[in-house]
Write a new protein. Structure first.
Length: 506
């Protein structure tokens, strides 16, 4: 017995000594002192991007933060962002999959949660060449314009009926919901009266259940050896997966039959692209379903959030709103509605979208990238398995880069045209490098179109009794940053009444 105990004690000692040696031998970035077991979990404030920005000011532009036993490294300047996202991105392009993300994505068989490797390269190529090709996005423009004008019609009805303030988020959410389900599944689940059909109810229930399941594991995720105390609800995840697959397969089957019945009509929704091209690109069932749901997850809230923040800034800054409306009146005039084709002639409107993405990036810390091997960043050691975040929120407010960084000043982009789609490392709302958001062009166009219609058709002001400067620009915590208080505003029509109808197409 004594011998067994001795052997075990020696093995445990050697194991711990090796771990300690490895820890001491590496030159990790500095950061707040971690507590045993939990690391810095209890020191992190809910608005993580702000908390990490404060720590960066104390410890430097690259910091270590321990979430349980997982090392997270956060970089907050342009040089380091460039190093992470382009120079070293070959080894910094994997994803950390929580247990729920692993279940939802069938261990990374989709795009968002896939590690970098042959599968990722294949699926990404399919997205770039097929789903987000300029030709397909142009073919889908009528859907976007239909949904944007449906929003105008419904705001017009509500504002002329009541004249009271409205929750702007509800209208924006409807556009992005209908747009993404039509783009991806070729389906508008909501009828003219705003009522969901049966498939739509099932779709919403699946999305809500996914959020509930995903959020239920948080603490045990960060401390692997505690997981036996918090086992995964295998049954609930399996049921959720089966339900999601059932709905998706039913939609795929409807499209397959429609394609067969009418070979001439070539629809351009993502679901058709997947049905007709999956063999050419060798995409498995799990990848087809995973990709469809990736687009829904990544594309729905981000665009609505961008427009809500922009609208809040415009209600707060009537001068900027007026300048945007003067531009719209000059370019479009009072006799027609705008279309996406007008966007190149509306530079100030585009500056507003950029300025909103600068001050209010929907993903302030992007999505973390996981190191697939040991690597050095900024001269520090980043061990394999570390999650690396780029604090794009902090970089976009850095006074060393931006004049009057916390002010909403779209004009700054008239003076200097800064790219937002991954080429200029001062402004990275979509990331950069090999994992850059594939929906960036689509997101910017839809956001600009929504904003253009809202401003061309309506004057916007704060609710009665509130001054513009009182609009609350507080942020809510989370992986995506919603406004803490949804924007409430009063709208008044500014164009002839016949221009407020929906231009239904598709
Ligand atoms: C204003 C709107 C949007 C913003 C700000 C945004 C931002 C981002 C960011 C920061 C990432 C992570 C990049 C990285 O890991 O380095 C990302 C990834 C992604 N986005 Fe977007 N996005 C937007 C709209 C969209 C839309 C409309 C779609 C699709 C319909 C989409 C699909 C995706 C996908 C599939 C990924 C994962 C890419 C990968 O892992 O390789 N996004 N997005």
């Amino acid at each position: 017995m004594a011998v067994i105990i001795f052997v075990f004690a020696t093995l445990a000692f050697v194991y711990l000594a090796r771990k300690l040696y490895k820890k001491l031998a590496v030159n990790l970035p500095p950061g707040p002192r971690p507590w045993p077991v939990v690391g810095n979990i209890y020191d992190i404030k809910p608005l993580r991007c702000q908390c990490f920005d404060e720590w960066s000011r104390a410890y430097g532009p690259i910091i270590s933060v321990w979430i349980g036993s997982t090392l997270n490294v956060i970089v907050s300047n342009t040089d380091l962002a460039k190093e992470v996202l382009t120079e070293k991105d070959q080894v910094l392009a994997d994803r950390h999959r929580s247990r729920s993300a692993a279940k939802f994505s069938r261990d990374g068989k989709d795009l968002i949660w896939a590690d970098y490797g042959p599968h990722y390269v294949k699926v990404r190529r399919f997205c770039t060449m097929e789903l987000f090709s300029p030709k397909r996005l142009e073919a889908l423009r009528p859907i976007r314009e239909d949904e944007v004008t449906a929003m105008v019609e419904s705001i017009f009805k509500d504002c002329t009926n009541s004249g009271k303030s409205m929750m702007v988020r509800n209208y924006l959410g409807a556009v992005t919901f209908n747009n993404i389900t039509r783009l991806v599944f070729g389906k508008r689940f909501v009828n003219e009266e705003g009522v969901l059909d049966e498939q739509g109810k099932e779709f919403k229930a699946i999305v809500e259940n996914g959020l509930k399941l995903g959020g239920s594991l948080a603490m045990a995720e960060h401390i692997p050896w505690l997981r036996w105390l918090f086992p995964l609800e295998e049954g609930a995840f399996a049921k959720h997966g089966a339900r999601r697959d059932r709905l998706t397969r039913a939609i795929l089957e409807e499209h397959r039959q429609a394609l067969e019945a009418n070979k001439e009509t070539k629809q351009q929704h993502f679901v058709e692209a997947l049905l007709t091209l999956r063999e050419e690109y060798d995409l498995s069932d799990d990848t087809v379903i995973g990709l469809l749901w990736d687009m829904i997850t990544a594309g729905m809230d981000t665009t609505a959030i961008t427009v809500e923040w922009a609208m809040a800034e415009l209600v707060k800054n009537p001068r900027i709103q007026q300048m945007a409306q003067e531009e719209l009146d000059r370019v479009i005039g009072p006799l027609r509605v705008m279309t996406e084709l007008d966007l190149p002639s509306l530079p100030y409107l585009q500056c507003i979208v950029k300025e909103s993405l600068r001050l209010h990036p929907p993903n302030p810390l992007m999505l973390p990238h996981r190191a697939s091997a040991d690597v050095k960043v900024g001269g520090f050691d980043i061990p394999k398995g570390t999650n690396v975040h780029v604090n794009v929120w902090a970089m976009a407010r850095d006074p060393a880069i931006w004049k009057r960084p916390t002010e909403f000043l779209p004009e700054r982009f008239l003076e200097e045209d800064v790219d937002v789609k991954g080429h200029d490392f001062r402004l990275l709302p979509f990331g950069a490098g090999r994992r850059i958001c594939p929906g960036a062009g689509l997101g910017v166009n839809l956001a600009a179109s929504m904003l253009g219609h809202l401003l061309h058709h309506f004057m916007w002001g704060p609710p009665e009794g509130m001054k513009p400067e009182e609009v609350d620009l507080g942020e809510s915590p989370g992986m995506v940053t919603f406004m803490r208080r949804p924007l409430e505003a009063v709208s008044a029509p500014r164009l002839p009444h016949h221009l407020y109808g929906r231009t239904a197409t598709d």
